[in-house]
Ligand binder design. Structure first.
Ligand SMILES: *Cc1c(COP(=O)(O)O)cnc(C)c1O
Length: 472
């Protein structure tokens, strides 16, 4: 049967659904399979550590890749495989021990491919209900580990930087709403080991003063030091304080602040308590260290990065608020075209952070958690803690090394007796040149030293011993 159109419809060319770059021909299928095969083989193998190249080297080998006519899939993939990919370090290598590594499970990394292939928009419930539902179950597990109330919730955002900023903005907005007036200068209490992203958020992005409270011998912010530092401030400055940031696992040293003590001071003053557990928050799942986090249940906001110690690929930060309504009041974007999105009772991740469009950043983590179960996470995190403690033993037993701090979580900070900055630099370069490991120098108490951060359950004590041996 042929359909006839009303005669008043204007003449139009016959409809063709075609785009040169959106076809799925046999050739496109071949390319898609090549990409899938490439991903599968990367998941199946232990990728080499690899290393950065200079801009000149890359230009020589990769040349101009973006051209008017295109270089074709085979050449583009070859360039990635042979030149560009190997110029990116494999952060999941078991002897990548710098900064905070990342060690995605195969389930999480595999599901990330699916997220990329399926065009899930997860900024709103309207468009991404299924994704948001799944992500919220992963958030709930984390909220329960932290002992936050049943009505707590939030969203997955890019990383700890955006998580910290979004939480602090919500805190300031809540303070403004509660007081009805602005102080001359807003302020937030931190300490020297507070992460650079918090300092940057305050000083540069938010133009808020940081009250620097002295840390204890381990660099921890404690309740008594906080109370004392604030009592010594001029009243006008004290009145500007609206929040305090407690670090649940400092990045450089892996130590947890006195969260309970800080929470008590925050309560006395009516401040917002933000707990930055970007790296260390995963320790809540490990019974051997969970006690260090006492007081986190009082957090008004809490973050933890699944791409750090929770085995998800980049990038992902779980941001959880005690009272999501306060976050909504700060972050919901209003525009007439967004009216269909802002429906009462529906959970819109864009309401909880500085973001509108959002990749479903929590889905790879959710999938892996759903597949393996939370017990497997506990075991895997405990394993990294065991290897860290074995590493501490190795360092203590090595006459050429000095352990500078008993590890609390999974960071080891230690010194090679007699080495200066240049010795460390030479050693780090050699380790990478010989593809033995990736370790960088750091500083502790003003002194150059080095550190291992162990978040990869595939890292063994033998891996640590291998590197320690190169320091003789
Ligand atoms: C890594 C880290 C951050 C920043 O997180 P990104 O995901 O890199 O943006 C913030 N705080 C702490 C304690 C961290 O370890």
């Amino acid at each position: 049967m042929t359909r006839t159109f009303p005669s008043d419809r204007p003449e139009m060319p016959p409809p063709v659904r075609f785009s040169l770059v959106h076809s799925f021909t046999a050739e496109d299928e071949r390319v898609s399979r090549a990409l899938a095969d490439f991903c599968l083989s990367r998941l199946a193998m232990q990728a080499p550590l690899d290393r950065a190249r200079t801009p000149d080297e890359l230009h020589r080998e990769a040349g101009q890749t973006v051209t008017a006519k295109g270089i074709g899939a085979d050449e583009a993939l070859r360039l990635w495989r042979d030149v560009l990919g190997p110029a990116c370090m494999s952060v999941d290598h078991p002897r990548y021990l710098s900064f905070i590594p990342s060690a995605p499970t195969k389930a999480a990394a595999g599901f990330d491919m699916l997220v990329g292939a399926t065009s899930v928009y997860s900024g709103s419930w309207l468009e991404g209900a299924g994704a948001v539902y799944a992500e919220n179950q992963a958030l709930r597990w984390l909220a329960e580990l932290a002992g936050m109330p049943a009505e707590s919730g939030g969203a997955f955002v890019q990383g700890g930087t955006i998580g910290n900023l979004s939480a602090l903005v919500a805190a300031r907005e809540a303070a403004l709403h509660a007081r009805g007036t602005r102080p001359e200068r807003w302020a937030v209490c931190i300490t020297a080991e507070t992460h650079s992203s918090v300092k940057h958020a305050l000083r540069v992005v938010m133009d808020v003063d940081a009250v620097d409270v002295p840390g204890d011998a381990r660099g921890r912010l404690t309740g008594p030091a906080l109370r004392e530092a604030v009592a010594a401030l001029p009243a006008a400055q004290r009145d500007g304080i609206f929040a305090v940031v407690a670090t649940a696992g400092s990045t450089n040293l892996g130590v947890v602040d006195d969260i309970a003590g800080i929470a008590a001071v925050a309560r006395e003053h009516g401040w917002w308590l933000h707990v930055d557990g970007a790296y260390g928050g995963a320790g809540l799942a490990a019974p051997s260290v969970a006690g260090l986090f006492a007081g986190v249940e009082h957090a008004d906001s809490f973050i933890v990065d699944p791409h750090k110690w929770l085995f998800a690929p980049f990038d992902s930060c779980a941001l959880i608020y005690r009272d999501p309504a306060q976050a909504r009041a700060a972050h919901t974007q209003h525009a007439s075209y967004l009216d269909p999105v802002n429906v009462e009772g529906e959970w819109n991740p864009s309401d909880f952070a500085i973001q509108l469009t959002r990749r479903a950043r929590g889905l790879p983590f959710w999938f892996s958690l759903a597949v393996h179960g939370t017990d497997a996470y506990r075991t895997a995190i405990e394993q990294t803690l065991t290897v860290t403690r074995q590493g501490a033993e190795l360092i203590r037993a090595a006459p050429h090394l000095e352990l500078l701090l008993e590890p609390e979580l999974s960071v080891l900070v230690f010194d090679r007796t007699g080495w200066d900055v240049e010795d460390y630099a030479r050693w780090c370069t050699r380790l990478l040149d010989e593809q033995i490991g990736f370790v960088t120098p750091t500083r502790h108490a003003g002194r150059v030293c080095t550190r291992f951060a162990v978040v990869n359950p595939l890292t063994t004590a033998d891996d640590l011993a291998l590197i320690i041996d190169t320091m003789r």
